[in-house]
Write a protein that binds this ligand. Structure first.
Ligand SMILES: Nc1nc2c(ncn2[C@@H]2O[C@H](COP(=O)(O)OP(=O)(O)O)[C@@H](O)[C@H]2O)c(=O)[nH]1
Ligand SMILES: [Mg+2]
Length: 216
């Protein structure tokens, strides 16, 4: 009889996530839940994004990590406000953890909020945090078979950023194969090929944010 217990947890999570969604809407805040496996480039993408957009809008970041506040320090260094959640072993963020972090964020004074989820290609996709969009990063070093092996996150995401394309000459990764597999799982997803190192393709991502921001 374990299945009803799991359902209860997800129902409780969704209730809290819906409260967050109402709060975010009331304050015209765009919230993006950023997910990937460890090391795909979430924090590097955020540093680039903050650097590019911080003169145009007020940006806040909730950092989720099992341990340390290293990523929150990188975000502060890039010029945004940051709150660190340490999940102490848990492999994903849930809506209750976000509630605790929101107490430390001035939502009225924020236009764009990123939630950097715990590095993991599976569990984060199962938990609604109240965000407007799930955005996922897959780096070319992870291989082109990941959409087929881990379909849920690709299914849930509004945007897929294929990162580290500067490394394509050195790795055996077929980007067309990724695109084809992902579009089969999720025909509505937007796919951008980027490099956080050479900055190639990042303008498409910045434009996507500008197109979705609610308070100008
Ligand atoms: N070559 C290359 N390295 C990258 C790129 N983006 C991120 N990295 C590197 O990948 C590593 C992990 O990045 P990080 O942003 O910490 O990943 P996270 O764990 O998803 O937050 C770091 O050493 C980054 O410098 C990229 O586009 N190209
Ligand atoms: Mg990180």
């Amino acid at each position: 009889l374990k299945i009803p217990v799991v359902r209860d947890i997800l129902e409780a999570n969704d209730r809290i996530a819906n409260e967050h969604r109402g709060l975010f809407q009331k304050n015209s805040l765009l919230v993006v839940n950023l997910m990937s496996s460890p090391g795909a480039g979430k924090t590097t993408l955020l540093e680039n994004t903050i650097g590019h957009l911080k003169e145009k809008m007020r940006i806040g970041v909730i950092e989720g990590d099992i341990q340390t506040s290293a990523d929150a320090e990188r975000i502060l260094g890039a010029g945004a406000s940051a709150v660190q959640i340490n999940t102490d072993g848990a492999c994903h963020l849930d809506a209750n953890m976000i509630r605790a972090a929101l107490a430390a964020i001035n939502i009225e004074e924020t236009d764009l909020m990123f939630i950097e989820n715990v590095g993991n290609l599976v569990c984060p996709a199962e938990f609604d945090l109240g965000e407007d969009h799930k955005v996922m990063i897959l780096s070319v070093t992870e291989g082109d078979d990941k959409p087929e092996k881990y379909p849920l996150m690709f299914h849930e995401a509004s945007v897929l950023l294929i990162n580290k394309i500067d490394l394509l000459p050195y790795v055996d990764c077929n980007v067309s194969k990724i695109r084809e597999a992902v579009l089969k799982i999720n025909p509505h997803i937007k796919i951008f090929e980027i490099s956080c190192q050479t900055k190639e393709g990042l303008d498409n991502w910045f434009q996507w944010i500008l197109d979705h921001i609610k308070r100008r």
